[in-house]
Structure formats: structure tokens, C-alpha cells
Design a protein around this ligand. Structure first.
Ligand code: UD1
Ligand code: CA
Length: 468
């Protein structure tokens, strides 16, 4: 979804803070929620808003944050401005001034990942190009937050918790950290900030009193959904927000008809598209882009990433699938697992069976092919109805290069075979168990390549010597 703004909007994302309470070497805004760095959530929201540009204020960990923010593939223009040292939120936004035009600005924080674009759109509408609009919320426990001080209905000021009087500390309406404001006015107010307060910081929130002094209307857009303004300061808060977000994603899928055995034990770190009558058992993780066809069943404890699973396929418990960039596809009615591993480029046709401890990489298996036990298929082309025996492998790597193995239709590969690529097993052929096949075989042939069995009659085993 994207939204159309009448006037151009730029966003400023404050991301210079240290995040001491995370106790991590990784900058706070690079910690991940649903698999995505916090600041990337905020950039994605800005893109949904059709913002013209984002100015990211960096400081702590800037050399890690900036490469992500400036990575190719961002859906909007991004600039980074350094804030050294960090003298407060007002000082942070001051750094953005040279990068800002004179249109509307939305100020966001890099550690508040779940604000919805519609909410910001409503805030921008309240700003209307000539007012200061604050996103606010009532908290039962408002301690630590900036309080919204009103005279009647009109907003007079934001007073930070540490600067607030006892009476002001009773106020439950708090500033979320998000505002929409005309840049022209913001720039003038930022130039007037000082640090005469309890924390000796330049507070962005002081722009409210300048607006009031200048006769510019200050409006509060109050929301009730705390998740949208929740900031992350600690591993506990990160985990709480992750779970709340996952529950929302689970609810959305169930509303579409997906049957989750337990929404509290479901994790989506990417995009999951489900047709009708999909069932997902507990403790499954979906990453990247995954699509599940009609009636697909996913057993417990599966990790499934970058994969397309067609109708009626069943993925048994403890299966790991990751298509990475090449993708994985699983055909209609296929049976996979338990304990199977499908790697990039595994393309399985209809009714393929992949059993326990079988690994498939960069291989095509045609309709009805089966590899049911303890096997490896890498860089292989496998025909229809092939039966690939327990413990068999394709030796696809000669230490320098990868080579292909072709197994034509209706071949039967016995147990514990090594197919040394490049090699072709002709259609309908059979390979005897324990064979190491280094030369291609003719269609319809039986190939056996192993030491001949020797049996010695009445064999006496060595006897133990008596102890001296
Ligand atoms: C701020 C607000 C407070 C509001 C609260 C909501 C101010 C003065 N106060 O307080 O009214 O209720 O958010 O969460 O704005 N940052 C920088 N550079 C700095 C300081 C901060 O980039 O010099 C970044 C932080 O990394 C963070 C964001 O700005 O992403 C907010 O800073 P934080 O210290 O969390 O502000 P609060 O004191 O919580
Ligand atoms: Ca904060």
C-alpha cells in the first residue's frame, strides 16, 4: 500500500543514540524485529508514505548504520547526517536542516519500528502544511515520557519527565516522539533551542513552546495503539515487541483462513502468501518470500525460507528449506521430511518424496521421483519415477569444479552408491547397491561397480592370547 500526499514530505529519522541498555556491540537501530533491522522498518514506513526523502541522523555506530541506510534498493532517497556528539533530540534534528527543503517534515525515531503509514498520514493531514502536529497517546504509567501540557484543549508545551512538576507528572497523555511540521517553521524553531533543562540537552520537544509563542497552532493526534509508538531500549522490550508483532501477523493470517495450531508459536520474518486450507503446526519459522498452495500442511518445527510449495504438498516436522536467492519449489502433492533439507535450486516436481536426512541442492526431480533415506542430491537432474536408494550420493565436486549428474526416467539407484559427476545413468537402468559409478551407463542396463564378494569357508577368528 502506498499513500498519496498533496504536498511533498521528507522524513527525519533519529538514529544516533547509543542504546546502552541493549548491551550489544551492534547499534540499537540495527537490532532485528521480525528479521528486519529496526531502522529499516522505519525506512519502509517512510516509503509507504511516499515520502520524497529520508534524512537519517547517525552517530553511535554510524559506520554500521550508514551502509544499511544507503544500501541500493531503498525505496526512497536516503541521506545520512552525522551527529557528533549527541546533545539531544533537538540537536539531532538540527543536523538534518541542511538536507531539508521547506516542505513538510515528519520526525521519526530509528528505534520505533511499528508505526503504521496510515497513522502518519493522519498526522500529516492534521499538520495541514501550517500547524505543528504531535502524535500522542495516553499511558497508564507515563513515567519517563514527555507530558502533553494543555490549557483547555490547546496544547501549550511538552514537559520532559525529569523537568516536570508533581502536578505535571500526573498527566497521562505523552508525546510519542513523532511529529509532523512545516520545515520552514521547524528550522526557525531549531535555531532557538537551548539546553537549560534537567538533562542539559537540546530538546526537540521545546519547539512546542516556540510554536505557541509564535501563534502557530499545535494539534495533538491521539492514538490508542501502543505498539505503534513503542520504542526499543532493551532485549526484553525487543522480545516483547517481537511477540506482539508476531501475534498480529498470526491474527491477520488466521483472518484469511490459515489454520495456525498456535498463534503464540508462529514466526514470520518476511512475506507469507497462503492459498485456502493451509495448516501450520507449532514452532514454524517462515523467512524471506514463501508461498503455500491450497491445502498445504506444514508439520511442527519447520524452518522455511524463500520457497514455493504447491497445492497438497505435506512438509513433515523438522524440515529445513532455504531457497536463498535461487529459490526452492516443491510440486503438488509432494511429501517432504521429516528431517529433510532443501537448499537453493531444489526444484521438486509433483508427488516427489524426500525422506529423512535427505539433502537436495541445485537439483531438479521430475514427477514421482523418490529419495527416501539418508541421501544427497547435488547438481543433479532426476527423471520421472526414479528411485534413489538409501545412503546414495552424487559426488558433484571434484575439489575445484561442480559437475552435473543426470539420472534418466525410471532408473533405480541402489543403496549406498556414489555417482561421480559428470555422469549419466541411462533411462530404466539399475545401479547395484554399493557401486561407485564413474562412467555413464546405457539405458536399461544393470551396472555394478564394487569389489567382488569373497567367502572363505570355515574361517577361524584370531583368538585372544591368555594374560601372562
Ligand atoms: C523523547 C522525547 C519525549 C518522548 C519520548 C518518546 C525529547 C526531548 N523527548 O524522549 O518527550 O516522550 O522520546 O519515546 O525529544 N537521539 C539522537 N541523538 C540524540 C538523542 C537522541 O539521535 O542526541 C535519538 C535516539 O537514538 C532515539 C530518539 O532520538 O532514537 C529518541 O531519543 P531518546 O533518548 O530515546 O528520547 P527520550 O528521552 O526517550
Ligand atoms: Ca526513548
Amino acid at each position: 500500500m502506498s499513500l498519496n500526499n498533496k504536498r511533498p514530505i521528507d522524513v527525519v529519522i533519529m538514529a544516533a543514540g547509543k542504546g546502552t541498555r541493549m548491551k550489544s556491540r551492534l547499534p540499537k537501530v540495527l537490532q532485528r524485529l521480525a528479521g528486519v533491522p529496526l531502522v529499516q522498518h522505519v525506512l519502509n514506513t517512510a516509503a509507504q508514505l511516499n515520502a520524497r526523502s529520508a534524512v537519517v541522523i547517525t552517530g553511535h555506530g554510524a559506520d554500521q548504520v550508514e551502509p544499511l541506510a544507503l544500501a541500493p534498493g531503498q525505496a526512497l532517497a536516503v541521506q545520512c547526517m552525522r551527529q557528533e556528539p549527541q546533545l539531544g533530540t533537538g540537536h539531532a534534528v538540527q543536523q538534518a536542516v541542511p538536507a531539508l527543503a521547506d516542505d513538510g517534515v515528519v520526525v521519526l525515531s530509528g528505534d520505533v519500528p511499528l508505526t503504521q503509514a496510515e497513522t502518519l498520514q493522519a498526522l500529516i493531514a492534521q499538520c495541514g502544511g501550517d500547524k505543528l502536529a504531535l502524535l500522542t497517546i495516553d499511558f497508564a504509567d507515563p513515567s519517563g515520557y514527555g507530558r502533553i501540557v494543555r490549557k483547555g484543549e490547546a496544547v501549550q508545551a511538552i514537559v520532559e519527565h525529569k523537568d516536570a512538576s508533581d502536578v505535571q507528572r500526573q498527566i497521562q497523555e505523552v508525546y510519542s516522539g513523532i511529529m509532523a511540521v512545516p520545515a520552514r517553521l521547524l528550522k526557525a524553531w531549531l535555531a532557538r533551542l537551548d539546553n537549560q533543562n534537567a538533562q542539559g540537552e537540546y530538546y526537540l520537544t521545546d519547539v512546542v513552546k516556540f510554536a505557541v509563542a509564535d501563534g502557530v497552532p499545535v494539534v495533538a493526534h491521539k492514538i490508542t495503539d501502543a505498539l505503534q509508538v513503542a520504542g526499543i531500549n532493551s532485549p526484553v522490550q525487543l522480545a516483547e515487541l517481537e511477540r506482539a508483532h508476531q501475534l498480529r501477523q498470526a491474527d491477520r493470517l488466521m483472518e484469511q483462513g490459515v489454520r495456525l495450531k498456535d498463534p503464540a508459536r508462529f514466526d514470520l520474518r518476511g512475506q507469507l502468501d497462503c492459498a485456502q486450507d493451509v495448516e501450520i503446526d507449532v514452532n514454524c519459522i517462515f523467512e524471506g518470500k514463501v508461498s503455500l498452495g491450497e491445502g498445504v500442511k506444514i508439520g511442527a518445527n519447520c524452518v522455511i525460507a524463500n520457497c514455493r510449495i504447491e497445492a497438497g504438498a505435506v512438509i513433515h516436522p523438522f524440515t529445513h528449506i532455504d531457497g536463498e536467492k535461487l529459490g526452492v519449489s516443491v510440486g503438488e502433492g509432494a511429501l517432504i521430511g521429516p528431517f529433510a533439507r532443501l537448499r537453493p535450486g531444489a526444484q521438486l516436481g509433483a508427488e516427489v518424496h524426500i525422506g529423512n536426512f535427505v539433502e537436495v541442492k541445485n537439483s531438479t526431480l521430475a514427477k514421482g521421483a523418490k529419495a527416501n533415506h539418508l541421501a544427497y542430491l547435488g547438481d543433479a537432474t532426476v527423471g520421472e519415477r526414479v528411485n534413489y536408494g538409501a545412503g546414495s550420493i552424487t559426488a558433484n565436486y571434484d575439489g575445484a569444479n561442480k559437475h552435473r549428474t543426470v539420472i534418466e526416467a525410471d532408473v533405480h539407484i541402489g543403496s549406498n552408491c556414489v555417482l561421480v559427476a559428470p555422469v549419466t545413468i541411462g533411462a530404466g537402468g539399475t545401479v547395484g547397491g554399493g557401486s561407485t559409478i564413474t562412467k555413464s551407463t546405457e539405458p536399461g542396463s544393470l551396472s555394478v561397480a564394487r569389489g567382488k564378494q569373497v567367502s572363505i569357508a570355515n574361517w577361524k577368528r584370531p583368538e585372544k592370547k591368555p594374560k601372562a
